[in-house]
Design a protein around this ligand. Structure first.
Ligand code: BES
Ligand code: MN
Ligand code: ZN
Length: 496
């Protein structure tokens, strides 16, 4: 999809479809100008209650009486004084859904045209791009027939008014496109079935990104090399499967060699059966999404590779399957992690923390300024926060605040959760340094407290994305989260 900035006035710009915000009360902005150009026709639709100002309501009007737009797509935007980027995104998403099945191939969004109260032109444009790309994304590579309800729209103009900042909007389009490209990488990886999206496939995609981006180098460590690193916790998870494990390391060098990198670490379980602690059959297919942490990190690296910010970033992605077999890890087995700490595996379904603890230990060799791991780590996180927020766990208040600010700016929402050491007490073991599973109560914090034991002094945050990485039911599929949050965060690290 192509985006461009439109600086003209709504009354004189030709388009197949003008996406027009309708606010409560009197017509304003683009609606007012289009109404004037069409001799009051728009006003009548609002007066007659055909068009509503309710946020997200839509009315497609084939408009043939003159004006420069072939159609109007009137979109409710609520109260003018409450309009912000979040509502802008809700309204644009509704507008694009209303174009499903229509033949419209090009449109201009006036949601960004002299918005009441003024919006940051960079974010208004960037979030418009991300929203439009998310609304029109389809995963069709394994369907023999494409979805005929797929929106046909291929070009969207982002209108800025006379008072708007076209330059900032252009930057927003460029960065929004890179973020959407990264989110598409994450969505595609998440949606691919587990017989296609194997650890080898994740590594191939990471290599391909490394090959096409400047300042990016990708290493892929084989199972033999993982053994040499003595990653006993990681290896215990992959032990039961035929599919070879990989440790993917992506290096983006946008700053001087001695500038300490940010390390991103993503859980890459390409299928989680639970292992010998086998999961029940209902919805087990959803465990193909258990690599969405890895997908989010690889997607963020793709966006960073496109944007070339002045900082260093290393991605560390441990990836394997979690399968039962005659060779699989048993509950009760004790393994030695790369850090030297021993872990009693009480539940083979608590595998994410086992691959991540070794990846975090490995990450320390890059002397990171900070580390962020991203994982579909616990069902308990979904119970706590539902599908709305990414859970942020960090003992570092500045890092947590930075992530929450990035989540707010990028509309990729996150909520801070507790990570007191006390949550780790239930991991006590009589036989090893600690166990991999403890009390079910507060399970997301218990998992975070497990990881904290491997971090020491480095500023570190853990993002549990179990609730946000994919949607279930009719719209089943990967969301591409938290790519927007991660990239927004990284672009602001550069500022610091
Ligand atoms: N991948 C799952 C977490 C998960 C479950 C994410 C459901 C999304 C939806 C993880 O590996 C897991 O199985 N966690 C266990 C931990 C428990 C055994 C301590 C869980 O949450 O039940
Ligand atoms: Mn599991
Ligand atoms: Zn898992």
């Amino acid at each position: 999809m192509e985006f461009s900035v439109k600086t003209g006035s709504p009354g004189s710009q030709r388009t197949a479809c003008a996406i027009v915000p309708i606010f409560e009360g009197a017509l304003r902005g683009a609606a007012k100008e289009l109404d004037a150009a069409a001799g009051g026709a728009l006003r009548q639709l609002v007066r007659g209650k055909d068009a509503s100002s309710k946020l997200g309501s839509t009315l497609l009007v084939p408009h043939t009486s003159g004006g420069p737009a072939a159609r109007w797509l009137l979109v409710g935007c609520g109260k003018a004084d409450e309009f912000d980027c979040k509502r802008l995104a809700t309204a644009l998403n509704a507008a694009l859904n209303a174009l499903k099945g229509s033949s419209v191939r090009e449109a201009i969004s006036y949601l960004t045209y002299e918005p009441p109260g003024g919006l940051d032109p960079y974010y208004a444009a960037r979030l418009s791009v991300e929203t439009a790309r998310g609304a029109t994304y389809r995963f069709e590579e394994l369907k023999s027939k494409n979805d005929d309800k797929k929106p046909r729209i291929g070009r969207i103009g982002i209108a800025v008014g006379a008072s708007g900042d076209a330059q900032e909007a252009r930057r927003g389009i460029r960065e929004g496109t890179a973020i959407a490209n990264g989110a598409d990488v994450a969505r595609d990886l998440g949606n691919r079935p587990p017989n296609v999206c194997t650890p080898t496939h994740l590594a191939d995609v990471a290599r391909e990104i490394g090959g096409r981006c400047q300042n990016m180098k990708v290493e892929v460590l084989s199972e033999r090399e993982i053994e040499k690193l003595e990653m006993g916790a990681f290896l215990s998870v992959t032990q039961g499967t035929e599919e070879p494990a990989r440790l993917i390391v992506m290096h983006y060098s946008g700053a001087a060699k001695d500038s300490k990198p940010v390390v991103l670490c993503g859980k890459g379980i390409t299928f989680d059966t639970g292992g010998i602690s086998l999961k029940p059959p209902p919805k087990m297919d959803e465990m193909k999404f258990d690599m969405c942490g890895a997908a989010g990190v690889i997607g963020a690296m793709a966006a960073i590779g496109e944007l070339q910010p002045r900082l260093n970033v290393v991605a560390v992605v441990p990836t394997c399957e979690n399968m039962p077999s005659g060779r699989a890890t048993r509950p009760g087995d004790i393994v030695r992690s790369m850090s030297g700490k021993t872990v009693e595996i009480l539940n083979t379904d608590a595998e994410g923390r086992l691959i991540l603890c070794d990846a975090l230990t490995y990450a320390k060799r890059f002397e990171p300024r900070l580390m962020i791991d991203v994982a579909t780590l616990t069902g308990a996180c979904v119970v706590a926060l539902g599908h709305l927020h990414t859970a942020v766990f960090s003992k570092d208040d500045d890092l947590a605040a930075g992530l929450l600010e990035a989540s707010r700016r990028s509309l990729d929402s996150a909520w801070r959760m507790p990570i007191d050491d006390e949550y780790g007490e239930s991991l006590a073991s009589n036989f090893a340094d600690f166990a991999n599973a403890g009390s079910r109560e507060g399970g997301a914090s218990v998992a975070a407290a497990f990881l904290a034991k491997f971090v020491d002094g480095t500023p570190w945050a853990h993002l549990d994305i179990a609730g946000v990485a994919w949607r279930a039911n009719a719209n089943k599929g990967a969301t591409g989260r938290p790519v927007p949050l991660l990239v927004d965060f990284l672009l602001h690290v550069e500022d610091a």
